[in-house]
Design a binder for this molecule. Structure first.
Ligand code: 4PL
Length: 243
């Protein structure tokens, strides 16, 4: 008996990192899970048994439309959507050029809009849904060298609060989870990993966070049992920050 038994869940950014851990956790809780990622083979490899992986660019309206229609045509419903797809280049803010700023916004924020816009429709028809948006504790700290990402995640938080108010009447909750720095393939591949020592000094729990540390908070908000919680930010960062 899992808290996602009989539910269909969709996770974007699911080929690696937090998205993949969330897909695994939702499947362990009984969900049928659709995994979407720009990395198509990665999405397929990450799809739990009985689920489906698909190549999706969340900044493409056509891709997102297809992702939702393929999900409902295969599985008949969409109960929970976890919006995890995002990019976080490490660049001092005055070295970031405008095209790069716009690319970050198109993935992290336009992508969220498109997924919520098309993804909430089957939920609205069913009168039930759970949307969980992955934010970051950088919105609380104003972390340097990722100002573009901080701005986009501030948008994620604001949109979460506003959308919760708009679509609560359809039985849909919308919440955000703010992880801290997490040991994922993406983080370990670049300069973000240099921040672990500093971040650990600020945490209550003195160790590196891993993707499996974030997934249970997401699963709670993706499940029926979180039904009286909406428009909220759940900070899952070992106590580094407070909202
Ligand atoms: C604390 O989400 O939460 C660096 C890079 N440091 O992407 C993040 C912290 C990064 C973070 C993040």
């Amino acid at each position: 008996m899992g808290k996602m038994d009989g539910r269909v869940a969709l996770v974007t950014g699911a080929a690696q990192g937090i998205g993949k851990a969330v897909a695994d956790k939702l499947a362990a809780e009984g969900a049928t899970v659709v995994t979407a990622d720009l990395n198509g083979p990665g999405a397929e490899a990450a799809a739990p048994e009985g689920g489906l992986g698909m190549q999706v660019d969340v900044s493409s309206e056509d891709d997102v439309k297809r992702m939702i229609s393929d999900t409902t045509s295969h599985f008949g419903r969409l109960d929970a959507m976890v919006n995890c797809a995002a990019i976080v280049p490490f660049v001092p803010w005055d070295d970031l050029d405008f095209p790069e700023w716009k690319r970050i916004m198109s993935v992290n924020l336009d992508g969220l809009f498109l997924c919520c816009h098309y993804g909430h429709k089957p939920m609205r028809e069913a009168g039930y849904g759970r949307i969980v948006n992955i934010c970051s504790n950088v919105v609380l700290a104003g972390t340097p060298n990722v100002a573009h990402y901080v701005a986009s995640k501030g948008g994620v938080l604001g949109f979460t609060r506003a959308l919760a108010r708009e679509i609560g009447k359809h039985g849909i909750t919308v919440n955000a989870v703010a992880p801290g720095l997490t040991e994922t393939e993406g983080v370990m591949a670049g300069p973000h990993k240099e921040a672990f020592e500093f971040v650990q000094m600020l945490q209550c729990l003195p160790r590196r966070g891993v993707a499996a540390d974030i997934a249970p908070s997401v699963a709670f908000l993706a499940s029926e049992e979180s039904g009286w919680v909406t428009g909220q930010l759940l900070v899952a960062d070992a106590g580094m920050s407070h909202n």
